[in-house]
Design a protein around this ligand. Structure first.
Ligand SMILES: Cc1cc2nc3c(=O)[nH]c(=O)nc-3n(C[C@H](O)[C@H](O)[C@H](O)COP(=O)(O)O)c2cc1C
Length: 325
């Protein structure tokens, strides 16, 4: 089943990779650059200020990917919007309607059950991958009819998982033979190859794509990733109430002590996710930055072309090494 579902994309992919959806980071430029390079491009729909802007973004992306296909005689990798299905997303139904109108091929749901959006997306021909962080949630998403699973594991950027990837993937493979995407810890092409050996069909790379020229991240954020390693990542519930991996230097720069943060969700910054809001208080995501353990793999700010070429070379070296072993 796994192979069948992904067959429709396979010859459009240069790597079994998704440029992960990231709040305030992934926009049109990053998504288009990923897809043109044969990597599935993604963005959370809440990165658009309102539903009308989502319509415009998708129109723009489709035009640019069509022009790329016309020039190259080959379709680009698919674009995969990310729907936050949590009840706090008041725009869910409007954003869903736009995705249906644009007939997107693939959607990733996160922060909740995919159940409410599965039927309309399936009717429109889209595949739906559900982002899950526990075996129980993986079982539930499969029972609800998700086509694929994104397994959020320990060390991921953003709101992270906690399970060890070796354990999580093998446990889910015990009851699910559909597409599995590994999220967390993919810092280069070697790790990507290892994810496939483990039983995954695809993997996310998030943090690595923050430090690209095409990402919407602040230049200081990109440089902080270059200057930091996995040792600089702090797992904390202080900012969002959920376990989130944050860059310690960004917490210090905001005048807070990473080793003495208040309790769960207690810091009253950035409670809203209105990306248009600008005020002087430091805000999580905008001023206090997130990175995964894969921060260790960020060695420079690259264009997406170069990051993908580098990852392909690493992936091929890892494949050759595994074959020799
Ligand atoms: C700054 C940032 C914002 C994120 N925002 C989202 C989001 O809006 N939706 C989502 O599903 N995942 C989000 N994530 C999680 C990523 O999609 C992905 O799971 C994670 O980056 C994978 O780990 P890696 O960074 O080590 O590659 C975010 C991650 C980061 C670093």
């Amino acid at each position: 089943m796994s192979a069948d579902l992904l067959a429709r994309f396979r010859d459009r992919l240069r790597l079994p990779l998704i440029a992960a959806p990231m709040f305030l980071v992934s926009g049109v430029e990053l998504a288009v650059a990923a897809c043109r390079n044969g990597v599935i491009g993604s963005f959370p729909t809440v990165n658009c200020r309102e539903t009308e802007q989502l319509d415009a973004w998708l129109g723009d992306i489709e035009r640019r990917l069509q022009a790329h296909a016309d020039a190259n005689g080959k379709a680009a990798a698919p674009i995969c919007p990310n729907l936050i299905v949590h009840r706090s997303n008041a725009r869910l139904q409007q954003d869903l309607a736009v995705l249906l109108r644009h007939k997107v091929e693939l959607v990733i749901t996160s922060v909740g059950s995919p159940a409410p959006v599965l039927a309309p997306l399936h009717d429109a021909g889209a595949l739906v991958f559900a982002d899950v962080a526990s075996i129980r949630h993986a079982e539930r998403a499969v029972a609800a009819g998700a086509d694929g699973l994104v397994l959020l594991t320990a060390g991921a950027g953003g709101q992270t998982g906690w399970l060890n990837p070796f354990v999580f993937v093998r446990a889910v493979r015990g009851f699910f033979d559909g597409p599995i995407v590994l999220a967390g810890g993919i810092s280069d092409g070697h790790a990507l190859r290892a994810a496939q050996a483990l039983g995954c069909d695809l993997a996310y790379m998030g943090t690595k794509f923050i430090a690209t020229r095409e990402s919407m991240a602040d230049a200081r954020y990109k440089q902080m990733l270059v200057d930091s390693s996995a040792d600089d990542i702090l797992l904390t519930t202080a900012f969002t109430g959920l376990q989130t991996n944050m860059l310690r230097p960004s917490i210090e720069a905001a005048g807070l002590d990473p080793d003495d943060l208040p309790a769960r969700g207690a810091i009253d910054i950035g409670k809203d996710i209105d990306i248009g809001a600008r005020e002087s208080r430091p805000k999580r995501w905008r001023d206090i930055w997130s990175g995964g353990h894969s921060t260790s793999g960020v060695t420079g700010v690259l264009g997406v072309d170069d990051l993908v070429a580098q990852t392909v070379a690493e992936y091929e070296a890892a494949s050759a090494r595994v074959q020799l072993a």
